[in-house]
Design a protein around this ligand. Structure first.
Ligand code: FAD
Length: 606
């Protein structure tokens, strides 16, 4: 049986010491309720719910899976009751607007909540997770009537939401979407088409499901410029929320998958289902970006969740499993053998998991502050500045953290040896569940093209320069530390970080020049470039965490070991993870020729 304890000490360290959430909340009077007492209570209650209600359903949900019968989907035993508890606890409303029945707390707190529920049970957490994206989309682009009818019920949790983009012929290339929207002349549209792979597309948790659907109006331009966005309920509803007849949205089947088996992935057939336009005509994909950015950060979080769950269980096992003796002599002579945690190779896997989980958490919590800023922006300029920062960091978070989350889950399986491969221990489930995260919400390859192509080369490096300035200003500012020894020790992090930032800028410029004569340079370098970027960004947060730990050690604190452990983890990161950038630099700068020169007909001689 897997175990999970919410890492509250680490979460509080980030919220209070590293990212100073309470100062940040004071900028906005809307967040005045988010006081340390309230936040502490939320953390502890959410930890209890995640540990006691969701974790016990993690392995049973995987074993049982979802049931499909004649268009109806039943979620695994216990899921419905846990969802009811979630609603009763007010969790679905936590970080949504007061005006529509939410609790008005900051989105960053919603992210912390999602981390706990998602680590305890990712499949379960996908049902409310998809709803959050639907709520954000309706809140941003919906009209008053749509907000009153749909948003309020989504916030209460009595209805859930989905995101319907993918069709059989296209997932990445949404310009190929074929689903049609025919105007009825009364402001509504008849939606017809098939969507596949729709998470939470059908289930038994709520009485209604609100689908956010990409479709094409008659005579719409070809490609992505001709796509509009629609709200299509599973069951038609009056403006007061009274449910009416079925809306001709049927679930044809659910997928049999490698992992996240308790999350229903539905084929949905829309057959003249009545929908309402949301946002302007033919601007559906732009509106959907609101949904997609939230969802992408949510998916990045899955990397942290997988890593944390794998790490916590690997650590317990590595302290108990006995095998051979330490190379430097017996550590536990009274036992028949030493526990495997004494072996450097096992240590390397554990430390890698630890720095991925804690470094990834820091990356997410930093980004969550930007999401707060966007939600509270008072002018278009403020919103744009925050949105540009979010747009730059999102592909890095999504692809890097999910790739590393998968790596960490695999280390977990390895630490358990053969037992990792056996279902009973749960480690193989984490590997299977984590694997989807590098695929949905845009594959790693697509995030990488977005980062290098759109976010860096098309802006002539502006977003990278802005981010680099922030990092370099942190590197110059050691005045926060009063102890000279601590200042000197910080140089172990500051120098390699400054150098990595300078190299990052140089490599992006060199790739930009090379791409002018050969566009394949971008596609050939992009994934390595993104992973390079991820290691540099994570180094920035490990350096910040080390600095905050030194600051705490300069004062009177109880838990000194916690801060010392942080500094040692930062040392591990800088010595054993950041150097991965060297091989990534070599491969990303390699000529695309070796990728492209072999004729596709000569790739195999079968
Ligand atoms: C469990 C699960 C849940 C999902 N949930 C949802 C959901 O809720 N809603 C929804 O709409 N969709 C959902 N999806 C769909 C998912 O988002 C897509 O599968 C994903 O975006 C990839 O699209 P695809 O499968 O069509 O692959 P393709 O687009 O066919 O891509 C195949 C491969 O080619 C690469 N590739 C494609 N184009 C390029 C390019 N231009 N340059 C470089 N490489 C390229 C890709 O990176 C990938 O490696 C889900 C999928 C799964 C499996």
């Amino acid at each position: 049986m897997l175990s999970y304890k919410a890492p509250i000490a680490d979460i509080k360290f980030l919220i209070e010491d590293v990212f100073k959430y309470y100062d940040h909340y004071k900028k906005y009077e809307e967040f005045e309720e988010a006081t340390p007492d309230l936040v502490d209570a939320i953390l502890h209650e959410c930890a209890k719910f995640s540990e006691n209600e969701l974790l016990p359903l993690y392995q049973s949900g995987d074993k049982e899976g979802c049931h499909f019968d004649n268009g109806k989907v039943t979620t695994p035993k216990g899921f419905k009751e846990a969802y009811q508890q979630y609603i009763d606890g007010g969790w679905s409303a936590l970080s949504h607007p007061l005006a529509h029945g939410g609790q008005g707390l900051p989105p960053s707190l919603g992210m912390v909540q999602s981390e706990m529920t998602g680590t305890a049970n990712w499949s379960w957490a996908m049902y409310p997770g998809l709803s959050h994206g639907a709520m954000n989309t309706i809140n941003t682009h919906g009209n008053d009537k749509q907000k009153e009818l749909y948003l309020e019920r989504l916030i209460q949790g009595s209805w859930t939401g989905t995101m319907c983009l993918t069709e059989p012929q296209c997932g990445t290339d949404l310009g190929q979407v074929k689903t049609k929207a025919e105007p009825n002349g009364d402001g509504t549209y008849n939606i017809t088409g098939t969507k596949i792979f729709i998470s939470a597309g059908e289930h038994d948790l709520t009485e209604n499901i609100i689908h956010i659907v990409l479709a094409r109006l008659p005579d719409a331009p070809q490609g992505t410029r001709g796509i509009s966005l629609f709200i299509v309920p599973k069951i038609k509803a009056e403006q007061d929320g009274t449910l009416g007849e079925s809306n001709h949205v049927t679930c044809g089947s659910i997928e049999e998958k490698m992992g996240i088996k308790a999350s229903a992935t539905a084929v949905l057939n829309f057959d003249n289902a009545v929908g309402e336009l949301i946002g302007p005509e033919n601007k559906g994909l732009e509106c959907m970006f609101t949904f997609m950015n939230t969802a992408r950060i949510g998916t990045a979080l899955q990397g942290v969740c997988s890593s944390e769950l794998a790490f916590q269980n690997s650590l317990i096992y590595a302290k108990e499993r006995l095998s051979m003796r330490s190379l430097t002599g017996k550590k536990y002579p009274e036992q028949v053998a030493d526990p495997i945690i004494v072996h450097p190779d096992v240590r390397k896997m554990l430390m890698t998991q630890k720095v991925i989980s804690e470094g990834g958490r820091a990356m997410i919590y930093y980004t969550a502050k930007i999401v707060d800023d966007i939600s509270m922006a008072k002018s278009e300029q403020e919103r744009k500045t925050a949105d540009d920062r979010l747009g730059f960091i999102t592909p890095i978070l999504k692809a890097f953290l999910t790739e590393l989350g998968s790596e960490s889950a695999n280390h977990g399986l390895q630490i358990f040896g053969g037992h990792g491969y056996i279902k009973e221990w749960g480690m193989e489930q984490i590997v299977r569940d984590a694997r989807i995260s590098t695929l949905y919400e845009g594959t790693t390859g697509i995030q990488a093209l977005d980062l290098l192509g759109r976010k860096i080369l098309l802006t002539r490096g502006k977003s990278l320069n802005d981010f680099s300035k922030e990092v370099l200003s942190f590197c110059k500012n050691k005045s926060l530390l009063s102890n000279n020894l601590h200042k000197r020790k910080m140089n172990r992090f500051i120098w390699p970080l400054s150098k990595a930032i300078a190299n990052w800028q140089q490599y992006s410029m060199r790739l930009g020049f090379k791409a002018q004569s050969n566009r394949d340079v971008v596609g050939s370098a992009s994934v390595d470039f993104l992973m390079y970027s991820g290691y540099v960004v994570m180094a920035y947060f490990w350096a910040q965490m080390a600095q905050s730990a030194y600051e705490k050690l300069e004062g009177e604190v109880d838990n000194r070991d916690f801060y010392r452990a942080k500094i040692k983890s930062a040392e591990f990161y800088f010595e054993r993870m950041l150097p991965r950038t060297k091989s990534l630099a070599a491969t990303m700068m390699a000529d695309p020729k070796t990728l492209m020169q072999l004729d596709q007909d000569l790739m195999s001689f079968l």
